[in-house]
Design a binder for this molecule. Sequence first.
Ligand SMILES: [Mg+2]
Length: 180
Amino acid sequence: MVEGIEKQKTGFKFGKHRLTVTGVIKNWVFHGRTYRLLTVRTHDNLNYVSLRLYNQTGRFIKQLLVEPEIAQFIFQGFYTEWPDTLNKAVEVFGKEKQIDMAEEECAELIVSIKHLKRNRCGEEAVIEECVDVELMIEQMQNIFKDKLGLWGNIKAEKMERLAKLVEAGGDIRLKEVNDG
Ligand SMILES: [Mg+2]
């Protein structure tokens, strides 16, 4: 149990722990900023839930560490046993197998969209395949947890470009302007 808590330049921090990311719960992008809810472990094996804020360029700004016992109340609906189950799935089945599964679920989603277009299935079947892919993406975030900064940067870049295209009313020529 960590007793001390002190206010620091970057926000609240429990003591001076080195943190390892053990899982990804959820990412939210708002106005280009990314809020990321993660599970982390200190070097002396204490588990926390971390809410991290990254700016538009994917730069880490600050984090708030919350004890798991409290996180379940604050992040109701997001912090559940599920993320832990997704992390364990990677541990139990192995990275290679889960990457294969991600490939398979993406293929199933493609097929369901094709079926929907030809009225061979309903929207519920597509939603089901979307959820399968969503769960695989969350496992991929776990597999690539050492590169989550890169993940966030690429997402911020793509969101920025999409926002520009949307603003331009989908005018594809904007792409050429940006590239040129
Ligand atoms: Mg499926």
